[in-house]
Every structure is written in structure tokens, then in C-alpha cells.
Design a protein around this ligand. Sequence first.
Ligand SMILES: Nc1ncnc2c1ncn2[C@@H]1O[C@H](COP(=O)(O)OP(=O)(O)O)[C@@H](O)[C@H]1O
Ligand SMILES: [Mg+2]
Length: 562
Amino acid sequence: MKFDYRFQRKIKVFKRYRRIIEVLVKYGFGEILGRMNVAARLKIGKRKLLQGTADLASKSYAERIRLAMEELGPTFIKLGQVLSTRPFLIPVELVVELSKLQDEVAPFEFEIVREIVEKELEAPISEIFDSLEEKPVASASLSQVHVGILKDGRKVAVKVQRANVKELIDVDMVILRDLAELLERFVPESRRFDPTGQIDELAKVSRRECDFLYEARNMDIFTLNYADDPMVKIPEVYWDYTTKKVLVAEYVEGIKISAIEKLKEAGLDLKVISRRGLRIIMKMIFEDRFFHGDPHPGNVFVMKNGRIILLDFGMVGHLSQSVVDFLTDLLFSASTWDARKILKTVLEFDLVPEDYDQLGLESELTELLYRYHKIPLGQIDMKSLLIDAMDIFYRYQIRLPGAFMLLTKAMITAEEVARELDPEINLIEEVEPYVKGLASKRFQFSVFKKDFMGVLSDLRDLITSLPFDLKRITQKIRKGDMEVQFRHRGLDDLTNEMFESSKRISLALIIAAILVSASLLRHAQLGLKIFGFPVLSLLGYLLGGALTIWLVINILRSPRNR
Ligand SMILES: Nc1ncnc2c1ncn2[C@@H]1O[C@H](COP(=O)(O)OP(=O)(O)O)[C@@H](O)[C@H]1O
Ligand SMILES: [Mg+2]
């Protein structure tokens, strides 16, 4: 039995593999498949790979990739969508083309819907629903949505996953993984796109999107995050009727956010809606660090009272605090029009390949900033700015953190939606308060204290590892492993200088420790007190203060400063 199943699956994979190759050949990718030795693997004639279809000449390679993906169905559409969130990894023209991928397909029959719902919810439809509309409100490659009414009268949206879509995706993943490996092996220049890495990432995203429980959990988290905001609505999940393949949620009536005329008819102020939409996105990114990865118009609706409805949480992104820090630093340096600062930020976060061309990168960044510098804030188009920036990052192989890419795409989408509503809106202006707020927050005492402790522990690590590092370096030098070019410029001075500065650093550390202990003691309120201040703490402050003054004088009087 088991063998039989495996055999069947192998045949399935084989058939599908051939179909995929056929489509790729049809869109003119035979040559590269030839280089990848695919013909041998599938036992087909090599000549077959060279029969492209005639009308390809007028189409760019990017367009041909998109068309092939659309023809190959859900896995490939998802692949395209995932790749289009990787603007730093693939060329800009491909990103633009892939973001056009259509995900609307003919709906599947209601009989199949019935079958799936009844199997998943383990009860006949008539027992759960008062009514369930046969015509779906939307149908995509992964699922479709039907409106219904539960027995208790609640109106619901029922999202049903297509039959066998998970199996198809699993088969496709096996094939794609194989193709990616072949590509890496036989077409070395592909390696910089990290094909297998992309496919593994895709497998992760698709597996999640095929699991409606994951989506439902995300809805619950977003509901919590927006519990205090009366202007945001996220449909309630009805967990009793939700499984991996069926998601039943509260039906929320709204106007599609891109239906401008309808919004106007409802008497809504487009400017207000636009601003509100962007504010929601900013909060997701900068405050919650948990954001909707795909805020396109099909997923954002507006209620009659102006409340904004968010739907479809299959693709979400988490940002670590350091990614948000990176983002704020980046935006902050961009807002001061300082290319060197941007470069510094990128270097600080360790995203640049080792042998990068610093001069080239810096001058391109400067040029980019100048291109936008004279444009009034209100007219800067975030999308083209980001695309231009991406292009530079792509060419200099700057690796940005994973979630950052989904984030960029989400921001571009959000800006487009907002701008449809209010052509004068400006994402940069909306971002500004957050960037400023976060930047100034970092200078608040509590945060400073935390950072300061961080610095102390970094220093401790540095000091403890220094002897070891030095030893390793000297060993390397002795073995001749290391080439160092010395230009002798008074090494004695250097040694003296190092001795002096290490003295100062140690002193600064001691002062810092004294001041921190004094503060801790003050809070602890231990021992004898004068005017409510613990004496020990007071002494600490005095000693710390005196030493600081001495250190400052010493630094100011050092020969360098004269
Ligand atoms: N809770 C809901 N209330 C009202 N309409 C909904 C609801 N959920 C989904 N829809 C409708 O179904 C469409 C597709 O739902 P969505 O969750 O975005 O699925 P997909 O992942 O296929 O894009 C939405 O654009 C919206 O029109
Ligand atoms: Mg959707």
C-alpha cells in the first residue's frame, strides 16, 4: 500500500514536472533549462527545450516570467509574490512585473465547497448555517469566500480552501526545490539570488497560508493590538467553525477602499480616510512591530462611519527591535539628506559585503538624495524613491533583513492606496512624527539607562576578549598568515597614546560604575539618610562628579587639544 502511494506520488511529481518544463519552454526559458540538464532528468529530448512560441519577441523577460507563473497556478503565483517582496535580491523591473501577478481565478463549484465545509466542520451545512450563498464574493487561487448566516443569526464570511491545493503545492515544492538545486549547480551566476534559500522561504510562506488557523490567530493578535482604536475593525474569528481549511469570521459590511465614488457617496472625507489608513500602517510597523504584509485594496474596506476594516492576515511580518531601529536610523539620516549617515547606518547593521566599493556607493547615494532634495516634501513619491534606493542596494549587494523586504512592499502598497484617495498625501510626512518620536525616545533616561548597561556589558566583553584577540593576531602575524602594511608614523607616539587613552577609558568606566551604583543605591534607599538621600549614594555622586571633572580637565589639557 505504502509503496503504491509513493509510486503514485512519484508519477504525479513526474507529470507535473513535465508540465512545468513545458510552460517554461513555451515562454522561452528552454535555453537555461538546457544548461541545467533538465532534459536528462526528465528523459525528454534536448531539442524539445528549444521550441519557444512565436510571439515572445515583443515581451520582456520579466513579462514572460510573470505570464508563465500565472499559467502554472497557485504555488508559482505565490512564488512571484514572495519574490516581489525581495526587491533587494532581484532586479527592479522584475519586482515591478511580479507585483502585477493576478490572483483571481474562476471559482470552484458549490458542491465542492459543501464537501469541504462538511468534512472540516464534521456536520451538514444545513445544521450549521441558516443559509450559505452559493456564489462566492471572491475567488483566488488558494481559496474562495462565501457569505452565510449561522444558525444563531450571525452573518459570516466563510473562507474555504480549494481542494487539493495543499497537495499541489507540496508537489510543486519538491519540483521547485529540485530546479533550484540544478540552477545553483549548473548556472553559477544564479547563486547570488540564493535560489534554494528562496524556495525554502516560499515553502514556509505557502505552508502558513494554507493553514487558516495561523491566519485566524493573526486576526486575534491584530484585534488585541487595535482594541483601543475605535477607527479600526478586524472581523471576529468564530473559532468553533474554524479549521485549517475553513475560516469562519464575522461578516463586516464595507466599501472597498479603492471605490472612491462609493466612499464619496457615503459622505466620507477621503483625506481623513487616507490619513487614517497610513496612521494604522505606521502603528503596525513602529509600535506593534507586527504588520499586515499585503494591505492592497482587496484587503482594506471602509465602514459607513469611516471605520477601516482590515482583512486577510495570511501574510504578516514581524520586525525585531533592531530592524525598527535600523529603519528609524535610515529614515532619520535620509531626512537630513546625509548620504554618509545612511552609509554609516547600513555599515553599522553589518549589511554590506566585505569588498564593497565605498566611494561608488557613497556617490550613488549622494546622487540619489540630490535627485529628491529639491523636491518639496509633499511631492516626493515614496515608491520611486524606494525603488531607486533598492536599485542601488541591489547593485551593491546590500543584504537587508528579511522582514524589511515585506515591509517595503507593504509600505509601497499602502502609499499607493492612500494616494488614490488623496493625491496630496505624503507618506514621508506621516512617517516623520514616528521617526522623530522614536529617535527622541531613544534619548529618554530610562532607555538611555538600558542602552548604557548594554554598552557596559559590550565593553566588558571587549575587555575580556581583547587579550585573546591580540594573541590570535600576533600568532597569525608570526605564522605569516596576515599581511599588514605599516606606514611608520611615529609608533612610539601611538603606544603612548594608547596607554593614555586606555587609562582614560578605565577611569571613565570606573566613574560610570560609581554613578550607576549611586543611582541604584538612591532607589534602594539603604542606610543612613540626609534629606531623604542615602549617604552612600550622595558620596557616590560626589566622588563620581569630582572624578568626571578631573577627567574632563585632563582630556582638555592633553597635548592633542592644545
Ligand atoms: N469578514 C469578512 N467580511 C466581509 N467580507 C469579507 C470578509 N472576509 C473576506 N471578505 C471578502 O472576501 C474577499 C477575499 O477575502 P481574503 O480574506 O482577502 O481572501 P484572499 O486570501 O483570497 O485574498 C475580500 O476581498 C472581501 O471582499
Ligand atoms: Mg485578500
